[in-house]
Design a protein around this ligand. Structure first.
Ligand code: BGC
Length: 433
């Protein structure tokens, strides 16, 4: 109520000066000053053109969703542009190994119907998202079910494959306890809802319902590209049927579920990623070395060690490293929203004055981004003296988000989580104006 009143009052005051300069009410916060430069700003403390401001892409790396090729125009948009994510291949390999180790260690009880075939189903997040593709490949590789396509592991969904005839996978083989077993991907599907949102947990819950009602006793393992979908399948079916289910992200609910039989998950070190997302902006805004508080200790004592991230300078990309979370170590991962201790020290507001940042989350109902990543960002923004406007998208259309970047001149820096990895230009176009 109060907020509304203030903005209405401001609009009334500004009303006069807006008349005649052609600005609609959307431009009110630029103070009605339209001098053709994009650096005009009321909220922002800088006089820098939007195209020269720090920009970080995170969680969805600008890339071609069909070929995976990185979008270098977006990644090197200006000299203060970076990407922050995690090492998708290292994580995918860990996830695959975690599942295959589980099978080997539990071989005496894993084949529920005793047919000699270890059957798994796979929930795919987004067939055009390089992290999702890597995880599908990692699981197929570790379980011996992968086939090649165009020089890489085929990551296409199989639909259903209960008879083992699908061409995008093959039957694998595992030898354990002196016996040979076939490993088969019984079914896999992209979990996209009818409105177009990917990584959709509810869709995964429905899929396991369909799969289990037609070939439930052949399913020995459930694997998912993320915990949101994994937990949905666990709660809908596998928990009651005692079928180990594996996800990715180490969200709080998934880690807690390990005590109830969830097989395991992968931490993509969101605590390190959220820090890096904001830290690269902070450093660029301060005009200091980009490595400050990252590879090099800052004056407050923040520093990351080499075992938690890598920097790929060619692609201007920071990648956090992943850790497997299983029954053996899950108690160390129960709070996914806790800041990472080595980078938890408050920056001095004299040498790092408050700056305004626009940041969006592609889908406000994505479990990982809303339950883990954003709370972490909110913990770090205070420590780094950044005042952030958090914008939550619908996961379906880029314009739902870009429409809310009507006045970039108000901000000192930008952090973008695209709906689709191909769409970087929708954001940079706004900054170019
Ligand atoms: C996470 C998923 C999430 C996706 C969104 C991935 O890194 O593992 O849980 O849905 O990012 O882009």
């Amino acid at each position: 109520m109060k907020k509304k009143f203030i903005s209405m009052a401001m609009a009334a005051v500004l009303g006069l000066s807006l008349v005649g300069c052609g600005s609609g009410p959307d431009n009110a916060s630029s103070g009605g000053k339209d001098n053709g430069s994009s650096s005009n700003s009321k909220g922002s403390s800088s006089e820098v053109a939007n195209k020269d401001k720090p920009l970080v892409w995170f969680n969805r790396q600008p890339s071609n969703s069909s070929t995976g090729e990185l979008d270098m125009d977006a990644l090197s948009y200006n000299d203060k542009t970076y990407y922050v994510g995690f090492d998708a291949n290292q994580g995918a390999e860990l996830q695959g190994t975690m599942v295959s180790d589980y099978i080997k260690n539990n071989i005496d009880k894993i084949d529920r119907n005793g047919d000699g075939v270890i059957g798994y189903v796979l929930a795919i997040g987004d067939i055009g998202h390089n992290d999702s593709i890597a995880r599908t490949r990692g699981v197929r590789k570790a379980l011996g079910t992968s086939v090649e396509k165009d020089g890489d592991i085929n990551s296409e969904p199989v639909g259903t494959n209960t008879d083992g005839s699908a061409s995008s996978v093959k039957d694998g083989e595992i030898e354990a306890g002196g016996k040979k077993y076939v490993v088969r991907e019984l079914a896999s599907q992209e979990m996209k809802n009818s409105a177009g949102a990917t990584w959709d947990a509810a869709t995964a819950g429905n899929a396991i319902g369909t799969w289990s009602s037609s070939f439930g006793d052949s399913i020995d393992i459930v694997v998912s590209n993320n915990d949101g979908m994994g937990m949905s399948m666990f709660n809908a079916w596998s928990k009651d049927n005692k079928v180990p289910t594996f996800g990715y992200d180490a969200n709080n609910d998934a880690v807690a579920a390990i005590a109830d039989g969830y097989g395991g998950t992968i931490s993509q070190h969101a605590d390190v990623q959220a820090y890096l997302t904001l830290r690269v902006l902070r450093n660029a805004l301060d005009g200091v070395e980009i490595d400050s508080g990252i590879g090099k200790e800052d004056e407050a004592g923040n520093v990351l060690s080499e075992d938690v991230y890598v920097y790929d300078s060619e692609h201007r990309s920071y990648y956090a490293l992943n850790v497997a979370v299983t029954a053996e170590n899950y108690k160390d991962f129960t709070d996914s929203t806790k800041v990472f201790d080595p980078v938890s020290k408050q920056l001095d507001s004299g040498s790092h004055p408050s700056k305004k940042v626009w940041l969006n989350i592609y889908n406000a109902s994505d479990n990982f981004l809303s339950a883990t990543y954003q709370p972490l960002l909110q913990n770090y923004d205070d420590l780094l003296n950044l005042e952030i406007d958090y914008i939550g998208g619908d996961g379906q259309t880029e314009s739902n988000i870009t429409n809310r970047l009507g006045n970039p001149g108000q901000y000192d820096a930008f952090a973008v989580n695209m709906v689709k990895t191909d769409n970087a230009a929708s954001y940079t176009a706004l900054l170019n104006q």
